[in-house]
Design a protein around this ligand. Structure first.
Ligand SMILES: [Zn+2]
Length: 187
């Protein structure tokens, strides 16, 4: 089901068991029972064992500010935990942007999960990252760390996928007759 994983997320592809699309990103949606489940960005079908497979091939995920502020990851870990066992990376820019009550609360909860060994939480040092563009700095750091990028920000998502960084994202806006349907015709 999964090809070309090994050590680089830029060659990581997930094959959808339903529509057969070769995916360089997947969507996460909350299950009714709690916790996140991975879906195909093309046909929306659930991809079985996505968490364990990505963890095997990659194992680290860089959370952007939109993800941290949403609280999605700690909510997920309170349940079954898509992100259980992952090393979650915090970029200095993200730490700066989440230095507010919502962000601190989520980082505190993630700290608790790290203390319980459900995840590893690691602040990365990107002092050489001097990219002028904010999104670019985050994307390049994910690439350098060979980490999956987790974002709710559509601009960040598009830029990262465009540069071959494997992304996990959340509910995409429905695009009636839009870009996703066009992509659906590829084989
Ligand atoms: Zn599919």
């Amino acid at each position: 089901m999964f090809l070309d994983g090994k050590l680089s997320t830029s060659s990581l592809r997930v094959i959808c068991p339903d529509c057969g699309a070769s995916l360089s990103s997947c969507k996460l949606t909350p299950e009714p029972t709690g916790g996140l489940v991975g879906r195909c960005v093309q046909c929306n079908v659930t991809i079985p064992d996505l968490a364990i497979t990505l963890r095997y091939y990659c194992g680290s995920a860089l959370l952007d500010s939109s993800t941290i502020i949403s609280g999605s990851v700690s909510k997920d870990l309170q349940k079954r935990g898509f992100f259980a066992g992952y090393t979650l990376l915090v970029h200095p820019l993200v730490a700066m942007e989440t230095d507010n009550p919502g962000g601190k609360k989520e980082l505190g909860l993630l700290g608790d999960f790290a203390a319980m060994d459900r995840i590893t939480l690691r602040r990365i040092d990107d002092s050489n990252g001097n990219s002028a563009n904010h999104d670019q700095a985050i994307i390049q750091a994910a690439r350098k760390q060979d980490a999956i990028l987790v974002t709710r920000d559509k601009g960040m998502y598009g830029n990262a996928v465009g540069q071959g960084v494997f992304c996990l994202t959340f509910k995409l806006e429905p695009s009636p007759g839009g870009a996703l349907d066009t992509l659906a015709t590829r084989s």
